[in-house]
Write a protein that binds this ligand. Structure first.
Ligand code: AMP
Length: 402
């Protein structure tokens, strides 16, 4: 079965084409600057990357360009677009209504629209991608895979905030969580690696990329998560602050005269590693600057690692046991000093890092702790696109059975 995976941002379309007989990637790419001048398609197939200047005034035209490229006689990989048997869409927010990957129908589209106010930067472009794919591939089943779905199992004590009940009932103010597809993928992989069924695995999964989040997983199900109503809560991120005292917002409005929009932009786009270091939102740049003696960059690394360790400690306390800590995402898969530092900060709960193993596990599965570490720490590269492709295949197969 050939499955086409689409991830639409406000000005971009990321895609991968899978042959699900062996889960191989036939083509992948990124169309940038959708709706702007100078759109560029980066298309990779047959181990070659092609950069093509195109005119993509909107997602519908952009998707048509990508589909035409997939059947292009020179750089394409399909003879006919009808070879595609399922389209999987990454959708950020399914709210409380959607708990698993779902065939897209009018009701699912309504849910995506209803939750747009909770994910204004993501749900509208996700929907634009769905509508574009539905018109270009009208006979092909379209499946929505929601970032929030894996976190739908959080119990009320984890997802409710201690604010007036009406805020939840009327305005749906609660913890939803994000990166669920990544946390689910590494949970399934971890169960395989640990030789357990997913129903019996207890884990702490840390997705550490430009955005960072952590999930406590008990018996294969999410029971707590660090992101909240929005992806701003929790860990320190590239440009997001993560946890702060909410009173900082009123204080900065009243004392520094900042508007709500300015504070929103500052906490989402100018804080985190960038805000602390003054150097960059990229961990690589912070590590390099710290090596050269930049103390702000060194502090950014330390605050980042400390916050991760603190959350791990909290999740360790609430889980019924912890078979492993899993790190993934750009920083989790690559950054040796950060991984080492986090393990060092967890010595009180018996984590013992192994520096040699840490150096070996780069962008691949690997254990980075010593054999006598009380909790093993594993690196597991995430693969959200494959997870979306698998779900799409499964939903399409279930349709055939019905
Ligand atoms: P992601 O959002 O998962 O793509 O992760 C992006 C972040 O991963 C970047 O901002 C970097 O901070 C970090 N990263 C990527 N590659 C490396 C690397 N080789 N060493 C350290 N950090 C890295």
């Amino acid at each position: 079965m050939i499955v086409f995976v689409v991830n639409c941002g406000s000005s971009s379309i990321k895609y991968q084409l899978f042959d699900m007989t062996d889960e191989s990637v036939l083509a992948r790419g990124l169309l940038e600057r959708v709706g702007q001048s100078g759109s560029v398609l980066h298309h990779r197939s047959n181990e070659t990357t092609h950069e093509i200047e195109v005119d993509a005034p909107n997602h519908t035209v952009g998707l048509k360009i990508i589909l035409d490229t997939l059947v292009d006689p020179k750089i394409g990989v399909l003879k006919n677009i009808e070879e595609i048997e399922g389209v999987g869409h990454r959708v950020v927010h399914g709210g409380e209504q959607i708990r698993e990957s779902t065939l897209i129908d009018e009701n699912v589209i309504k849910v995506i629209k209803d939750n747009a106010s909770l994910a204004p930067l993501h749900n509208p472009p996700n929907l634009a991608g769905i509508e574009a794919a539905m018109s270009a591939l009208s006979n092909v089943p379209q499946v929505a895979v929601f970032d929030t779905a894996f976190l739908a199992t959080l119990p009320p004590r984890a997802y409710r905030y201690a604010v007036p009940r009406q805020w939840y009932e009327k305005y749906r103010v609660r913890r939803y969580g994000f990166h669920g597809t990544s946390h689910r993928y590494v949970t399934l992989r971890a169960a395989e690696i640990l030789g357990k069924s997913v129903e019996e695995v207890n884990l702490i999964t840390a997705h550490l990329g430009n955005g960072c989040s952590m999930t406590a997983v008990a018996g294969g199900k999410a029971i707590d998560h660090s992101m909240g109503l929005t992806p701003l809560e929790g860990l320190v991120m590239g440009t997001r602050s993560g946890d702060i005292d909410p009173a900082v917002i009123f204080y900065m409005a009243r004392t520094a005269g900042m508007s709500l929009d300015e504070i929103d932009t500052t906490l989402n786009k100018k804080s985190g590693l960038l805000g602390l270091s003054g150097v960059s939102n990229d961990m690589r740049d912070c590590v390099e600057a710290a090596k050269k003696g930049n103390t702000d960059a060194a502090l950014a690394m330390e605050v980042f690692s400390y916050r991760v360790a603190k959350y791990i400690g909290a999740y360790f306390a609430i889980l019924p046991g912890c078979d492993a800590i899993i790190m993934t995402g750009g920083i989790g898969e690559n950054s040796l000093p950060i991984r080492l530092r986090i393990c060092q900060l967890l010595s009180n709960i018996g984590v013992i890092p192994d520096e040699k193993r840490n150096e070996e596990a780069i962008r691949k599965v690997g254990l980075i702790t010593a054999d006598d570490s009380k909790i093993p720490v594993w690196i597991i590269p995430t693969n959200e696109e494959l997870m979306i492709a698998r779900d799409t295949r499964d939903v399409v197969k279930q349709m055939a059975v019905k």
